[in-house]
Design a protein around this ligand. Structure first.
Ligand SMILES: Cc1cc2nc3c(=O)[nH]c(=O)nc-3n(C[C@H](O)[C@H](O)[C@H](O)COP(=O)(O)O)c2cc1C
Length: 206
């Protein structure tokens, strides 16, 4: 279990500036991310914000069907590998210690952003958690929830001066196999990396 640095609760730019700066970016610098930046992205995705267990993103019935995995390539202080985010405890559990970015990119129609990014956040869902209460409306709710989480990651990335894109085009079976998922369905891959200098300028100008 790898304990992550505590999230920073005051950013350097306003929520309005983050919304204005949000744009999908698919090219990143080769540089690594810091563990603090990764910690912040994971907290934005699914961090626990209340003693009652509520999180940064809403969830139907507070049933939390989503899981976040990190395919790490270049993060200072974190070995390459696949990790599973544990919202309670704000920590990472190691799944496998191999760099999966290239294979993940190839499972996603060869999308280069995935291979190039310092890390990829993979968002998965356990539909049964929501279906147990909401039956046939579960898939609608889970899909709404993944959108909330993806947008949180986008906005947090802007605030950190990083770039990301939500990737929905991939082979479900191949991603499931790569991540050793059993009952979970992968729903989105979000590559994250440092913006090239021109990307920074573009974000500021928007
Ligand atoms: C559900 C969904 C799936 C997407 N899948 C991909 C994808 O597989 N690859 C990609 O490069 N962009 C993907 N995108 C990003 C869109 O292409 C992008 O949001 C759109 O072009 C608008 O640009 P903007 O995000 O910069 O405003 C996806 C977006 C959504 C919402």
């Amino acid at each position: 279990m790898i304990r992550l640095p505590a999230p920073v609760l005051e950013g350097s730019i306003s929520i309005e500036a983050s919304l204005l700066g949000r744009v999908s970016t698919r090219n990143y610098e080769v540089e690594s991310l810091s563990l603090t930046q990764l910690s912040q992205l994971l907290w934005a995705a699914q961090g626990v914000t209340r003693a009652s267990g509520q999180r940064t993103a809403p969830s139907a019935g507070a049933l939390y069907p989503l899981e976040v995995y990190v395919a790490c390539g270049h993060v200072q202080g974190l070995e390459v590998g696949l990790y599973h985010y544990q919202p309670h405890g704000h920590s990472l559990g190691l799944v496998v210690n191999t760099d999966l970015r290239q294979e993940l990119a190839s499972a996603a129609l060869g999308q280069g952003s995935i291979a190039q990014a310092a890390v990829n956040l993979v968002l998965t869902a356990v539909y049964e958690r929501t279906a147990a209460k909401y039956g046939s409306r579960a898939s609608r709710y889970v899909h709404m929830e993944i959108g909330h989480v993806a947008q949180n990651i986008y906005l947090q990335a802007v605030s950190l001066g990083l770039g990301t894109v939500v990737v929905g085009a991939f082979d479900d079976d191949r991603v499931q196999h790569l991540l050793k998922l059993q009952e979970e369905m992968p729903l989105a891959i979000m590559p994250v990396g440092r913006l090239p200098v021109s990307g920074h300028k573009m974000q500021r100008e928007r």
